[in-house]
Design a protein around this ligand. Structure first.
Ligand code: AMP
Length: 466
């Protein structure tokens, strides 16, 4: 039997195809029947355009319903979907084109659909679980961006596990304000909704007024931490707005403990934080029913084996399981380097695991600071700083230092006296971990998913100690 992911998703669409899939801001709707029709017509056109199974089909466009039809149509046609961040410049797109050699790059999905045959492709192209469904270029902050190859089986396994873990049912309505060029909006959010045949409040981006209005129609919201800090910054956001939502989920970047606490105080709800990456979709999640702990990313999903490498309490998180990708596109050596002999993927995230299985992340391995020969985990210093008066958020980095190799530096949103804050850190942390300098800023540089771009901070302040 074919294991095309499209067939799994479509098998769960509501029997009554007139039921809504997309609830748009202008009050109009797009039904499941229209989604199926659109995806089938895109697939028919892809086949007519000469796309063969395994060919890459790239999409670079603003978020739209037609964009989802292109994604599903590509799966149905047996193609490998390649979403590209709509913010990429033409030079960046050129790199991905040369590397992935897509048969097609679609930049206007509505026109692509408009010119598609009237008849949808009847049958999906047969795929096995190990055939590729998508290539996701990692946001790679250093070196060449790598294409993570995800198979139909990888995506199906993760979607089914999440649907179960987060208690989805056809009664849910998902608020979808995430971009669809990244795993979070494209796989995590979309697949959970499609597996339930659920409607989605479909927002082109996070905009306060639309999100507040959408919350009253939805039962689940998935967001990056920035969504939650933006909601909290809005004094008009109250417990009543959140009352209709059964589950708020956060991921793609660390959720500050202060945000978790403030959100609970404002709404009475505890955000469920989970951890994932392009190479494995979702890896761990706080429980739906058990204790959701601020600062922890929860437990490995069923089927995911997780261990801490290096033989210490804190080390690189290694994972194995059905959603772990098959490798980096055309980089067999890089792929081999990132897997252990027994098949565990080295995530590059540093963390620890409690005896009961709960996981805590302390940062990226490449952000580890080595100062005077000692390891400093930025997260540990950030947690101390974030507790101090005047500090809203901090990002701790290592900068080249003549004596220490790297000097610990904190870039802080907030205000205060540098010497006093450093002294306060020294009462709570060993001297080698305390920042040598604190720089105050209004904003931290972030990428589209809300991740602080420490590489930019390191570049910007590279000469601080010279
Ligand atoms: P990406 O492949 O762009 O989705 O980025 C994946 C990376 O985001 C992971 O390797 C983590 O470093 C980070 N990340 C995702 N979720 C979390 C989380 N809940 N807490 C901390 N870091 C996270």
């Amino acid at each position: 039997m074919s294991q095309n992911l499209y067939d799994l998703l479509a098998s769960r669409f509501p029997a009554d195809r007139s039921r809504p899939c997309f609830l748009l801001s202008d009050g109009s709707q797009v039904s499941y029947g229209e989604l199926e029709q659109g995806a089938g017509r895109v697939a028919a056109r892809l086949v007519a355009d000469g796309v063969e199974p395994g060919d890459r089909v790239a999409l670079q466009a603003e978020k739209s319903v037609e964009g989802v039809m292109v994604y599903l149509g590509a799966l149905k046609a047996g193609a490998v979907f390649l979403p590209l961040n709509s913010a990429y410049t033409s030079a960046e797109v050129e790199y991905f084109r040369a590397d992935a050699e897509p048969r097609l790059l679609i930049t206007d999905p509505a026109s692509y659909l408009a010119e598609a045959p009237i008849e949808p492709l009847a049958e999906s192209v047969a795929r096995t679980a190990s055939d590729l469904a998508a290539i996701i270029y990692t946001s790679g902050t250093t070196g060449r961006s790598k294409g993570a190859m995800l198979s139909h089986g990888n995506l199906a396994a993760n979607a089914l596990a999440l649907y179960e873990a987060w208690g989805f049912s056809p009664k849910d309505v998902l608020l979808h304000a995430l971009p669809i060029f990244h795993v979070h909006g494209l796989f995590v959010a979309l697949h959970c909704a499609l597996l339930g045949g659920c409607p989605m409040v479909w927002l082109p981006k996070f905009a306060d007024a639309e999100v507040l209005a959408g919350l009253s129609k939805a039962t689940v919201m998935m967001g990056v931490p920035t969504f939650y800090t933006r909601l909290l910054a809005n004094a008009g956001f109250t417990r009543e707005h959140a009352a209709h939502i059964r589950l708020f989920i956060s991921g793609s970047a660390p959720l500050l403990e202060a945000t978790f606490a403030e959100f609970e105080a404002r709404t009475g709800q505890r955000i469920l934080e989970r951890y994932g990456m392009s190479e494995a979709v979702i890896i761990t999640s706080n429980p739906l029913d058990g204790e959701r702990v601020a600062g922890s990313v929860g437990f490995p999903l069923p089927g995911v084996e997780l261990r801490i490498g290096g033989g210490e309490d804190v080390g690189v998180i290694e994972i194995r399981g059905p959603s772990v990708f098959t490798g980096y596109w055309r980089m067999p050596e890089k792929t081999a380097e990132e897997f252990t002999a027994d098949g565990f993927f080295l995530t590059g995230d540093v963390g620890r695991q409690d005896p009961d299985g709960r996981v805590w992340i302390s940062g990226r391995a490449k952000d580890l600071i080595i100062s005077g020969g000692y390891n400093v985990y930025p997260k540990e210093v950030e947690l101390v700083l974030d507790e101090l008066p005047g500090v809203v958020e901090s990002a701790v980095i290592g900068l080249p230092h003549r004596d220490f190799g790297e000097g610990v530096v904190a870039v802080v949103i907030g205000q205060g006296d540098e010497a006093e804050l450093i002294a306060a850190c020294r009462t709570r942390l060993a001297a080698f971990k305390a920042p040598k300098r604190i720089l105050f800023v209004d904003e931290l540089p972030r990428n589209a998913m809300g991740k602080v771009q420490k590489n930019l901070l390191r570049q910007r302040h590279a000469g601080l100690f010279s």
